[in-house]
Write a protein that binds this ligand. Structure first.
Ligand SMILES: Nc1ncnc2c1ncn2[C@@H]1O[C@H](COP(=O)(O)OP(=O)(O)OP(=O)(O)O)[C@@H](O)[C@H]1O
Ligand SMILES: O=P(O)(O)OC[C@H]1O[C@H](OP(=O)(O)OP(=O)(O)O)[C@H](O)[C@@H]1O
Ligand SMILES: O=C(O)c1cccnc1
Length: 483
């Protein structure tokens, strides 16, 4: 992968004014714990997909201020000269734990935890959130679209309508982790290995004196990968007949049966059925029908239910912009600090809105899987050093309605967060994109269908251990917390 620009200065200005303030008030090296978590699933879905960790890793590794940055900051006139000197050697020296990319994630649980000196932990907030918020959003949307297609491949076609270069490139990356089978974005293939694919534009067809010549020429140039766009003039009267003629005249003599057509307008169910009949009658039974045109998970689900004869979908604008819900809403909250002796002091953020009250302390998460079914039953958030005997029955309770209890037997508990940086050193091997994609698929398969449905999905249990619940209640009830 090519070297990336240093993005240290891509931060909200207040991270720097707070950093300067911590520096001047002796809080710079106070060890803090921050959690990244999100509050509600986009599109009222039952879960989201984690993505963007690889870019967080890259950012942390490259974190440093150069001379130009420091002179720019000096010109702002609000930073102490000693602070600016300190920035010259600024590096990340802390610890980060996170859930791997491709993990299904639920509201309220940490997906990344930072333990670091205050200035560092605070400083990285903006970039960590922007990476995770963007890619989690696109991965979540893509996974919905892929699930709606029920096994038919979905190619990501969104670059031209993405919100800028990173929106396109990293959006394509996230969509591949979440299950898209290919992308139109060449750079995403070059950088990340999500396979680049493509058909043709209407302009190709228009460029030639007639549609047949356009198709024939394309088949001659790319006999192994001829997917002809058949809606430039008239799908059933000219597009499909001309495609059939080109396939028969150019590909058949070469013994090539792999070919395809793409529908990009009109009633996709009707046109795909008619096109299928025409292709089959011509003996082109292995010709695939691709469809595109402002698709999303709802239209794809409809097309599948209507019995459309579509083999593969191309999805652009509604995927790459997550048009139906364009904000992921991940937040970065202080959950603990350490005193001079290294004792962890949990911190809470209180809100009138119960959903916005944070879960304090340095934590870890277990996902509880049924040994019988292999399905994920619940997540348990607990203290970082809490120990359980997972060979014994495990009683979990709803943290908001504590009388609702369930005892699990015959289960397996898997810890979700893994160490990424320890003492500033990278200790995690970022998996390649194929591995994250397969992991994502396996993890989504482990969720019950009730959690996966689009309408009123079942609320997956995210519970707190008794110890963590007690600490949260104590902080909620304490005057300190309320003052
Ligand atoms: N059978 C279908 N069921 C549900 N939605 C469909 C079906 N066929 C197509 N669509 C969707 O309808 C939407 C738009 O169709 P519309 O007729 O407005 O555009 P169009 O076909 O591109 O028009 P034009 O022919 O002028 O280009 C698209 O989002 C398309 O994916
Ligand atoms: O609708 P989307 O989900 O975003 O899918 C991508 C769209 O982009 C292309 O259209 P465009 O009009 O940009 O170019 P074209 O002339 O090649 O069709 C393509 O034909 C699709 O319609
Ligand atoms: O290859 C395609 O068919 C394609 C690529 C980008 C956008 N629309 C279609």
């Amino acid at each position: 992968m090519k070297a990336k620009t240093n993005l240290t200065m891509l931060c909200d200005f207040y991270e720097l004014t707070m950093g300067n303030g911590y520096f001047q008030t002796g809080l710079a090296d106070r060890i803090c714990y921050f959690d990244v978590f999100y509050r509600s699933v986009p599109d009222k879905g039952g879960f989201a997909i984690a993505a963007g960790l690889a870019q967080v890793v890259e950012y942390i590794q490259n974190l440093c201020f150069d001379e130009e940055d420091i002179e720019y900051l000096r010109s702002k006139g609000c930073f102490a000269p000693e602070f600016l000197e300190y920035l010259r050697t600024f590096r990340f020296t802390g610890d980060i734990w996170a859930v791997p990319e491709g993990t299904p994630i639920f509201p309220g649980e940490p997906i990344l935890t930072v333990r670091a000196p205050a200035i560092q932990a605070q400083f990285i907030e903006t970039f960590v959130l922007l990476c995770l918020n963007h890619q989690c959003l696109i991965a979540t949307k893509s996974n919905r679209i892929v699930r709606a297609a029920e096994g038919r491949p979905v190619a990501e076609f969104g670059s031209r309508r993405a919100h800028g270069p990173d929106g396109a490139l990293l959006g394509a990356r996230a969509s591949y982790i979440a299950g898209c089978s290919a992308t139109a974005c060449t750079m995403a293939d070059q950088h990340y290995g999500s396979p680049a694919t493509g058909t043709m534009a209407h302009s190709w067809v228009q460029m030639f004196p007639d549609e047949y010549t356009a198709f024939k020429t394309y088949c001659q140039l790319y006999p192994e990968n001829a997917i002809l766009l058949v809606d430039t003039y008239n799908v059933l009267k000219s597009g499909v007949p001309n495609a059939i003629r080109a396939f028969k005249e150019v590909l058949e003599p070469m013994g090539i049966t792999k070919c395809g057509i793409r529908l990009d307008s009109g009633d996709l169910t009707y046109l795909s059925r008619k096109a299928r009949e025409m292709l089959d009658e011509a003996g082109l039974t292995s010709c695939k029908i691709f469809a595109s045109n402002a698709l999303d998970e709802y239209i794809i689900r409809d097309l599948v239910r209507q019995g459309a004869r579509i083999d593969s979908f191309g999805v652009g604008e509604r995927l790459i912009t997550s048009r139906s819900e364009p904000v992921f809403g991940g937040v970065y909250k202080l959950v603990a600090i350490e005193d001079e002796n290294g004792t962890i002091i949990p911190k809470i953020k209180i809100s009138e809105n119960a959903a916005k009250i944070t879960t304090p302390h340095f934590k870890k998460i277990y996902r509880i899987f049924s040994k019988d079914t292999g399905k994920a039953e619940a997540d348990l958030i607990c203290l970082h050093d809490e120990e359980f005997d997972f060979t014994q029955p495990l009683e979990l309770f709803d943290p908001d309605a504590t009388w609702k209890r369930k005892t699990y037997t015959g289960y397996e508990a898997k810890e979700l967060m893994v160490p990424i940086f320890l003492g500033g050193e990278l200790v995690y091997q970022v998996p390649d994109l194929q591995a994250s994609r397969s992991y994502c698929q396996r993890q989504v398969d482990s969720l019950w269908d009730e959690v996966k449905r689009f309408e009123n999905p079942h609320n997956y249990y995210v519970d707190l251990s008794q110890k963590l619940w007690d600490i949260k209640q104590r902080l909620l009830n304490s005057h300190d917390a309320l003052s």
